[in-house]
Design a protein around this ligand. Structure first.
Ligand code: ADE
Length: 543
């Protein structure tokens, strides 16, 4: 009972309160406005800045909806103010009042009224007494800003457009300069792996890991190379069993040995090599990968090339124009094959970036063609690239051969072409090394690596000083370009080491240009021909 009485009391109180509130609300709405109300009066107001209307009458507007309105008009004879109350639901002088909710009366000019005509409306008490004209100064300031900004904007747009087209043109030029020569024929590429001979490479992932518990019968011979992660040995791969006490037949192979700690590097290189589509005359032929548990080692078994790496070869040999052509064209063809996303038969293949192209990572085959090796840092440029792989791929390789954008760690990770462009830069330095040891340039100096003025293994910081700050590149003396072929290769080199990665030509383009120069090579072969390139005649081949 107590509870019932308590509830009835509170319900009543709440109901009464809300009725009072409603009444107060409606009485507030119903208050009519006080406005200046003199109808038409002459005035001295010039229609600039602010004016006070000359009206001593303040009226309570007749209608609760009414707002205060002032009109200023100037004809040839007089200037007047109209001050009135007006219901904004109705038009006034055939005009709708748009600004009547304002607290101040801010004049707006209306054209086509037969005179200079300004009108304002507002809702505060007597708000149509002080009126505000749009400031001519403000309008002027806006006009001045506009006038000075527009030309600036136009200039900015022109500059940006020019820059954009300049870049597009450079890129197009770089591409179009590469006129299509004869298609490169890589059809004679074949594997040394007898178990895969004749395969049409239809499987993109021929995993060559030797899964047999029985390891290949390999006998290590001499150490032929030492890298960051592994050592390379010349080795004997025994073939079958020895016949009646005679010498056992063997094939010479190279064995790259990684310690257990370098598993990641072995795994990456093994996975890169396991792609059958990588197989190419200008890419080191891969035999198999093994885990040698007893020695706690990982092995990669590949073809062996007795001439060793290109750097060693250039240190000990002066080459002639023909050698340069063979070495250079095969290098470009190898890099082009890595970078390509299709095989010679047109089938899709995963493009690769080598990311550590340098003369010591290129082997010289017995026919003097190059083959690329050391794929420990190579990157598959496909969708399988993980975010982590991409994030870690900013700055890898050898500082001396790093492209400017790699030195700066500003490689565009979103565009796979950027990795190829960085390879092309490194390839240009290798081509330069070849020319520096070519008799066709005249006097040939001792071998020097690119940026040979720097210490043995320059760090990224000193390379940044040379390549970025000083925009330095290896020197191409005038004497070099007196030979037509060398001149053409130098032109490609300069395009390949352009500071702007996008402006660089592709490796495919460089390979095609070499093929277009084949006639120069043929000319140099005719030693007694009239057309023989003069430098070739006097060249001393130290080979
Ligand atoms: N140095 C590194 N790899 C080699 C190979 N496969 N053949 C010869 N020398 C090498």
């Amino acid at each position: 009972m107590e509870l019932l009485r308590f509830s009835v009391f509170w319900c009543g109180t709440i109901l009464f309160g809300s009725i009072l509130l409603e009444e107060a609300e409606s009485s507030r709405v119903k208050i009519r406005k006080l406005c200046k109300f003199c109808d038409e009066r002459a005035t001295n107001c010039t229609g600039k800045r602010t004016c006070k209307v000359d009206c001593e009458i303040t009226a309570i507007c007749p209608d609760v909806q009414d707002v205060c309105v002032t009109i200023w008009r100037k004809t040839a004879n007089n200037t007047t103010f109209d001050t009135v109350c007006h219901n904004p639901a109705q038009r006034l002088h055939d005009l709708a009042l748009e600004d009547y909710n304002n607290s101040k009366c801010e004049m707006k000019e209306v054209v086509g009224m037969g005179s200079q005509f300004f009108i304002c409306s507002c809702s505060e008490e007597e708000c149509n007494e002080n009126i505000f004209f749009p400031s001519a100064k403000e309008a002027q300031v806006v006009a001045v800003i506009m006038v000075s900004l527009v030309p600036l904007l136009v200039v900015a747009v022109v500059v940006v457009t020019f820059f954009y087209f300049y870049r597009v043109c450079r890129q197009r030029k770089a591409r179009s300069k590469c006129k299509r020569g004869p298609p490169l024929d890589f059809s004679d590429a074949h594997a040394i792996m007898t178990d895969e001979e004749g395969s049409d490479s239809s499987s993109t992932h021929a995993n060559n890991l030797n899964h047999n518990t029985e390891l290949l019968p390999i006998e290590l011979d001499v150490l032929v190379g030492k890298g960051r992660f592994a050592e390379v040995y010349k080795a004997k791969l025994k073939q079958g069993s020895s016949s009646s006490g005679g010498e056992q037949a063997f094939e010479t192979v190279a064995v790259k040995i990684f310690s257990y700690e370098e598993y990641a590097s072995w795994k990456n290189e093994k996975e890169i090599f396991s792609d059958a589509d990588l197989r190419h005359d200008n890419v080191l032929h891969f035999l198999t990968a093994e885990e040698r548990k007893v020695q706690r080692q990982y092995w990669l078994i590949t073809a062996f090339h007795p001439r060793g790496n290109l750097q060693e070869y250039l240190i000990h040999h002066v080459i002639d124009w023909h050698d340069l052509w063979v070495l250079g064209s095969s290098l470009a063809a190898g890099v082009a094959h890595l970078h390509s996303d299709h095989t010679t038969c047109g089938r899709y293949k995963v493009a690769l970036a080598h990311r550590d192209i340098k003369s010591s990572n290129i082997l010289v085959k017995s026919d003097l063609t190059c083959c690329l090796c050391d794929f420990g840092l190579a990157l598959r440029l496909d969708n399988s690239l993980s975010v982590e792989e991409l994030a870690n791929s900013g700055q890898v390789g050898t500082a001396r051969y790093m492209a400017p954008e790699v030195l700066e760690s500003r490689i565009n990770l979103e565009n796979i072409e950027s990795f190829k462009q960085a390879d092309v830069y490194s390839m240009a330095l290798v081509l330069w090394e070849m020319i520096s040891r070519c008799s066709a340039i005249g006097e040939v100096k001792e071998y020097e690596p690119p940026f040979g003025n720097l210490r043995e293994n320059p760090c990224v910081e000193s390379m940044k000083d040379s390549v970025l700050r000083d925009r330095g590149r290896p020197e191409i003396p005038d004497s070099w370009i007196s030979h037509t072929g060398i001149q053409m290769v130098c032109a490609s080199i300069v395009e390949c080491w352009d500071h702007d990665p996008e402006a660089r030509v592709t490796a495919q383009c460089v390979a095609e240009r070499f093929y277009d120069m084949e006639y120069l090579d043929k000319l140099s072969e005719c030693s007694d021909s009239e057309e023989k390139i003069p430098e070739e005649i006097s060249a001393v081949d130290e080979k």
